[in-house]
Design a protein around this ligand. Structure first.
Ligand SMILES: Nc1ncnc2c1ncn2[C@@H]1O[C@H](COP(=O)(O)OP(=O)(O)O)[C@@H](O)[C@H]1O
Ligand SMILES: [Mg+2]
Length: 244
């Protein structure tokens, strides 16, 4: 029996383009995500994947509809409650999101731990970094790292924060195929250990190794596939692309 981590109801998001033009990016989306479940979100570029992940993860208020994370609507919380929810329950792996460029790798990874007054186990951090084949020195300032290395720092931070819900937007985008699989396996391990992992990707090979794939098209979820095979995903996306 899996427990619900996130409930999204009738979520829509519009962006005001100019005075008399709005773009309707997400249309009436409803979904649930669960603990112990690794969900991938797929769709062609511009289909609204990042916008959806931001709306679900407390970073971007929807135009209408609701989001509940562990029963709480982040957009109805006071700032201090929202900060607490993010600190306690949520980890973000958005490329270079919230990394502090002028701090060393180690300090960046330790941020969530320091914010919640938990001990920082440097040995554990070093072990994880080496498991991730992180090449740079852990005392390097983040601003001196490549995109791929920054991505690994964001991932290490999310893993060590021990949050129960992990949001990742193309977490393996800047990595070579070997690193990609290592990072993916780490995320998969987190879901196996009971966490709720939501990952945007356009890597069908990786998506086919997740528990569930949501396919976005024109702002709607057009497929919700359990234990997706590469073929099923290819078809689901192929159809979406040729329909465009
Ligand atoms: N802040 C914004 N203002 C206006 N349009 C936006 C904004 N953010 C995203 N969009 C538009 O919404 C659509 C979906 O974007 P996005 O969610 O980034 O897609 P994806 O991640 O699937 O590539 C795109 O057409 C994009 O231009
Ligand atoms: Mg995106």
């Amino acid at each position: 029996m899996t427990h619900t981590a996130i409930t999204v109801s009738n979520l829509s998001k519009e962006f005001q383009i100019d005075q008399n033009k709005t773009a309707s990016v997400l249309k009436n989306i409803s979904l649930q995500a669960h603990y112990n479940e690794f969900t991938s979100i797929l769709g062609i570029s511009g289909s609204g994947k990042s916008t959806l992940l931001k709306c679900i993860s407390s970073l971007l208020a929807p135009s209408s509809g609701s989001v509940h994370i562990n029963g709480l609507n982040p957009y109805k919380l006071r700032n201090s409650q929202l900060a607490k929810l993010r600190r306690k329950d949520i980890a973000f792996i958005f490329q270079s999101y919230n990394l502090l460029p002028a701090l060393p790798v180690l300090e960046n990874i330790a941020i969530p731990l320091r914010l919640s007054h938990r001990p920082v186990d440097t040995k554990k951090i070093h072990n994880l970094l080496s498991q991730m084949k992180f090449q740079a020195d852990a005392h390097t300032f983040v601003k001196h790292l490549s995109g791929g290395e920054q991505q690994k720092v964001a991932i290490a931070r999310a893993i060590l924060s021990d949050s129960s819900i992990i949001f990742a937007d193309e977490p393996t985008g800047a990595l070579d195929s070997h690193s990609r699989q290592i990072i993916f396996d780490l995320l998969k391990g987190l879901a196996k250990a009971g966490k709720c992992v939501l990952m945007v990707t356009h890597d069908l090979e990786l998506a086919s190794q997740t528990d569930r794939a949501l396919v976005l098209k024109d702002g709607q979820i057009v497929h919700d596939i359990s234990s997706p095979s590469p073929d099923t995903l290819y078809q689901a996306l192929g159809v979406s692309i040729s329909d465009k």
